[in-house]
Design a protein around this ligand. Sequence first.
Ligand code: ACO
Ligand code: ZN
Length: 434
Amino acid sequence: MGSMKEVKAEDGAAAPPSNGVAAVPTATGGPDNPTRRGRSGSAAVLPLEVGTRVMCRWRDQKPHPVKVIERRKTCSGGPNDYEYYVHYTEFNRRLDEWVKLEQLDLDTVETDVDEKVEDKVTSLKMTRHQKRKIDETHVEHGHEELDAASLREHEEFTKVKNIAKIELGRYEIDTWYFSPFPPEYSDSPKLYFCEFCLNFMKRKEQLQRHMRKCDLKHPPGDEIYRSGTLSMFEVDGKKNKVYGQNLCYLAKLFLDHKTLYYDVDLFLFYVLCECDDRGCHMVGYFSKEKHSEESYNLACILTLPPYQRKGYGKFLIAFSYELSKKEGKVGTPERPLSDLGLLSYRGYWTRVLLDILKKHKGNISIKELSDMTAIKPDDILSTLQTLDLIQYRKGQHVICADPKVLDRHLKAAGRGGLEVDVSKLIWTPYKEQG
Ligand code: ACO
Ligand code: ZN
């Protein structure tokens, strides 16, 4: 079964202090407006309002601060029986979930009056590139421009996970985020994916019927790498539009800050598979723009949850740089990076750069490091700064690599991940045909 990894988000904001937080107004009581008296003497009105902050018993059985994002009536319960969709303010949004009233400690209820302001700030935190993507997506759908209000609406719309689980190959996987599946699918508790063509269905029997007909046993496109049981396929979004779109719908379930590009024509998808006698099973992928103005060599990266923490993420990252080397360009991942994306990139950059610094005993420039690795100089600088290996002398950044310090960092950098065997990569850079 697919499992979910729990990581404390670096960006997870702690619950705000009590200033800016209003007590819940005293309720009138009565059957339609039940109340519970809180610790402060104020009463919690049921059902709780969206925006309420309260402590919630999590799966570790301990109380954690949450914010109520949405509420809904339970199908079996009475008129006042609601369940609540909550965001654990200490954790990443992927852990947001529906909880029962019993899990909430009503003595701790606080209502946040600054809600609107806060929402505005988060929705405006999008990068220019992200906004351009949303704009383009919406232009395609007949909207000229997205203003701040529409962006807020977009956030509103994606705040509650729509599909709770998927079945893919041998795995049932809990999803992490909202994904904009077509409306006829978006109310399904579980979607069934064909693991080869990535078509999705609402019922198991439909999938079974499909599997008898589907003749794919690997992703469409060209196999450009094979080493042992690992294969990488390059899929052109223009030639395999439906596959590209299916992959985006699937990936969005695990990617928060990515706007879905409906225009998959502009992308190549690199799909990593573990192969056996039943076929090539997708482990993860990354996408890459055919032409990037910003020298991005990777747009989105995903390792499916059942395969995470086994080194595939670093393999995919290494692969993206091998492609850049073949193109004779430096590259960088598209921003913003997720918490897990940043951890993986930092880990990769650290290991690659420290290995070279060790070999060259530190006598190497940032430009030379970039030429050797295809890592963008900015990313090299920020990595070495984080490791405290950079000094600023006479208006220049200088690498100061004490061998003992290098060894200490290398030890701390952990495992190297799966290696890309470049001799097994058969690939030429993308060229527009005709
Ligand atoms: N908790 C703590 N550290 C973690 C975790 C975790 N759950 N997952 C990864 N890391 C860190 C570790 O340092 C790990 O190295 P280690 O195992 O040697 O300690 C390192 O990241 C990479 O581990 P890998 O096994 O190589 O990577 P994985 O196959 O798990 O994939 C990835 C990493 C792709 C980021 C995965 O977590 C994922 O798909 N997440 C969801 C989608 C996502 O956030 N993608 C990045 C978005 S940014 C962008 O697309 C440009
Ligand atoms: Zn299929």
